[in-house]
Design a protein. Structure first.
Length: 304
């Protein structure tokens, strides 16, 4: 009989381990009840099997033995609390990052990314876009039409950035600020950025014709791209934070955007060095930009 009890105990222990593995894999709460039943059966059989050997021990520590089921339930409840807290954190992460990146990138972040203040130094490719002649354009349209036109062009921009798995950081009036190579590492980040911007400008040509036919105004954008080291992370207060980037490379990208005419894509020398064999470029031009003591070299992307 003792040997039979031992075999049954081993089998129950095996089932218990499997149930725990399934629970951790699926987070299905039904496995908790199965775990409680198995543990209850295990301890009862264990006590029956070893009652003769441990009779005096059980008698002396009866309170502890009787408290074991309560301890087990408390542990299970604690594990369930941890699981729910992890689910809440994942939901919060998804809601936070879904404003900036595609669903594919959000899924890759859910493994362990927590929303905490702070940042780290990282090389990224930064893109600024904005509408050319927006002030005069908005004077010819009523506010509702302006919002409609802006939203339509933001849809195009966001679609193309997400298509290349880029991160849209913010919309600033009629401008967009985006980046590649964060929060997910992308070895070809500069190439992705230019590829997205070329498709963006091509789609904007069709969109401009549509807006001109509907409202009688021209609608074009200029794009500036720069690659450099920035501080990237959650910046703000504990009550409100933004996932964003700061640094001189960001300012340079913004200044390059100002050098881009309607329909143009202007890149910095640092970006050009990474992708000079991937795309066609104009001859370099030296320009003076605000905040820089020396002229900077820029290249215009040639696309059809």
């Amino acid at each position: 009989m003792f040997e039979l009890y031992s075999l049954i105990l081993l089998f129950i222990l095996y089932l218990t381990i499997k149930v725990i593995e399934r629970y951790l894999h699926t987070n299905d709460t039904s496995y908790i009840f199965a775990l409680m039943i198995l543990l209850f059966a295990f301890f009862n059989l264990w006590l029956n099997s070893y009652s003769d050997i441990l009779g005096s021990f059980i008698e002396q520590f009866k309170i502890i033995v009787n408290a074991l089921p309560i301890v087990i339930i408390a542990v299970v409840v604690h594990l369930e609390g941890l699981r729910k807290r992890e689910e809440r954190e994942k939901k919060r992460t998804r809601e936070f990052f879904s404003k900036y990146v595609s669903e594919k990138i959000v899924d890759s972040l859910l493994g362990g990314n927590k929303l905490e203040l702070g940042g780290e130094k990282h090389q990224v490719t930064i893109i600024f876009t904005d509408v050319r002649g927006f002030t005069s354009l908005s004077e010819k349209m009523d506010p509702k039409q302006v919002v409609e036109v802006l939203n339509g062009h933001f849809d195009i921009i966001t679609d193309e950035f997400f298509r290349e798995e880029g991160t849209v950081l913010k919309y600033i009036g009629d401008a967009t600020m985006a980046m590649f190579n964060a929060p997910v590492i992308q070895p070809d980040h500069a190439e992705r950025a230019v590829r997205a911007c070329i498709r963006m400008q091509k789609r904007m040509q069709e969109y401009s014709r549509h807006i001109h036919a509907k409202f009688g105004v021209d609608f074009t954008i200029g794009i500036g791209i720069n690659t450099g080291d920035v501080i990237v992370g959650n910046i703000g207060s504990h009550r409100y934070m933004d996932y964003t980037i700061i640094g001189d490379a960001v300012n340079t990208a913004s200044r390059l955007n100002g050098q881009a005419k309607a329909g143009e894509i202007v890149v910095s020398e640092s970006t050009h060095l990474l992708i000079k064999d991937k795309f066609r470029f104009s001859e370099p031009i030296e320009v003076t930009v605000k905040g820089k003591a020396l002229p900077v070299k820029i290249y215009k992307v040639v696309y059809e």
